[in-house]
Write a protein that binds this ligand. Structure first.
Ligand code: ASP
Ligand code: MG
Length: 416
């Protein structure tokens, strides 16, 4: 058979998350969508996640057979990679059954090479020749997400939610026109619509802003956005089942809609705080506090050190709730002879305003503090980046705070 010269067709990479492929019916529905799209003159590579929450079930199984023993990272990665293989093979069958040539490829078969860090491997290189050959033959390629092959030929996984990263990396390697992430939300909103009823879907957002929104709670794997930003691949986030416009994440001249200084209000509910009281204020002390935390793999976020009084100072920092107890115990141990006491609490949240338009303009912080105070929300800590201002507040005040900020920065839907 002579190969069809498809080289010139633009490549589209799509990715379907676990909740979009949770059962056979859903896989068939998506197969139909894929076939229809493929008929529009594009070469298609489709990345799939494991069905529903099957990755969680595989982890439960691994723990069940291991008892007190921690499952070996190598075995766990190979086990978890099977979740995505189930979906990719079923999707290829569903597409074939609908009359379109398709082939499933594991991460390894798709040429995805990673480092050897099991459980959170980084993609080193993608050898696309196999994929290109399949596309040239006119086949739709269904790639198992979240996995790759290390140099020692062991299977690795990219970390939870890693299929987004697979999709964007393939988009980069294949010079795709666009990467499309299909999911159970229909785009990126100005804030969490469950908190603020007037939240609006954004037609577009810049990579930097999306990174801040993603690391602060808006759904999307931050690593995939970083990758998109570095290689300038546009990423569309859209609904799997509803045919409505999604949100385009890109780096070009965006903001065709009226440019607003603040693009969104991000909410992160996973915040705990630890305070070291009356610690000696001398060089090296902060290093001594944070060194053991870094060694234990606890990532520390907002850090505030007070001006010292009589040679003593207070240091407060935040960690995720999951790391809280460990971080508290460790810090109490480190500071046993250095500080008066180490205290902490969970039940906090970070509220952030995000927008590249804020970069040089004054007054955003003042507007934010004023809006929060008028809603009677107490600010516990403050931190900023070039395009973000974050306040740590009580988790119980999230709703008031989100609504106050959303209207203070004129993000509310206008009803048009
Ligand atoms: N199945 C993996 C997970 O649940 C990867 C993914 O869904 O992107 O984390
Ligand atoms: Mg999943």
């Amino acid at each position: 058979m002579t190969s069809i010269a498809n080289d010139k067709r633009p490549v589209i990479v799509q990715k379907y998350g676990g909740s979009s492929v949770a059962d056979a019916g859903m896989i068939n529905t998506i197969a139909r969508k894929i076939c229809a799209r493929s008929g529009t003159g594009v070469s298609m590579v489709v990345v799939v996640s494991a069905m529903g929450d099957s990755t969680d079930h595989l982890i439960e199984l691994a723990n069940a057979v291991s008892g007190d023993h921690t499952p070996e990272a190598r075995e766990l990665d190979t086990l978890l990679s099977t979740g995505e293989l189930v979906t990719s093979t079923l999707m290829a069958m569903a597409i074939s059954a609908q009359g379109h040539p398709a082939v499933s490829l594991s991460g390894q078969q798709a040429g995805i090479r990673t480092d050897t860090t099991h459980g959170s491997a980084r993609i080193a290189d993608i050898r696309v020749d196999r994929l290109r050959r399949e596309l040239d033959r006119g086949r739709i390629c269904i790639v198992a997400g979240f996995q790759g092959l290390a140099e020692n030929e062991d299977v690795t996984t990219l970390g939870r939610g890693g299929s987004d990263t697979t999709a964007v990396a393939l988009g980069v390697a294949l010079e795709a026109e666009q990467v499309e992430i299909y999911t159970d939300v229909d785009g990126i909103y100005t804030t969490d619509p469950r908190l603020v009823s007037s939240a609006r879907k954004l037609a577009e957002i810049g990579y930097d802003e999306m990174l801040e929104m993603a690391s602060l709670g808006a759904k999307m794997n931050p690593r995939s956005i970083e990758l998109g930003a570095v290689y300038d691949v546009p990423i569309l986030v859209a609904s799997t089942f509803e045919d409505v416009p999604g949100t385009l994440i890109h780096g070009g001249d965006y903001m065709m809609e009226v440019r607003r200084a603040v693009t969104g209000v991000a909410v992160d509910r996973d915040v705990a705080k630890i305070t070291v009281r009356s610690v000696e204020d001398r060089p090296g002390i902060v290093g001594q506090i944070f060194g053991p935390l870094a060694e234990a793999g606890v990532s520390v976020d907002v850090i505030v050190q007070n001006a010292s009084l009589e040679g003593l100072t207070d240091v407060t920092f935040t960690v995720s709730q999951g790391d809280f107890q460990r971080a508290l115990d460790l810090t109490q141990k480190t500071c046993a002879d250095m500080a008066r006491e180490v205290v902490g609490n969970t039940g906090l949240a970070k509220m952030s305003i995000v927008g590249t338009g804020m970069q040089n303009g004054p007054g955003y912080a003042a507007t934010m503090f004023d809006a929060l105070s008028r809603s009677n929300v107490n600010i516990e800590m403050i931190t900023t980046s070039e395009i973000r201002i974050t306040c740590v507040i009580a988790a119980t005040a999230i709703k008031e705070a989100a609504n106050a900020l959303h209207s203070a920065f004129e993000l509310d839907a206008t009803g048009d």
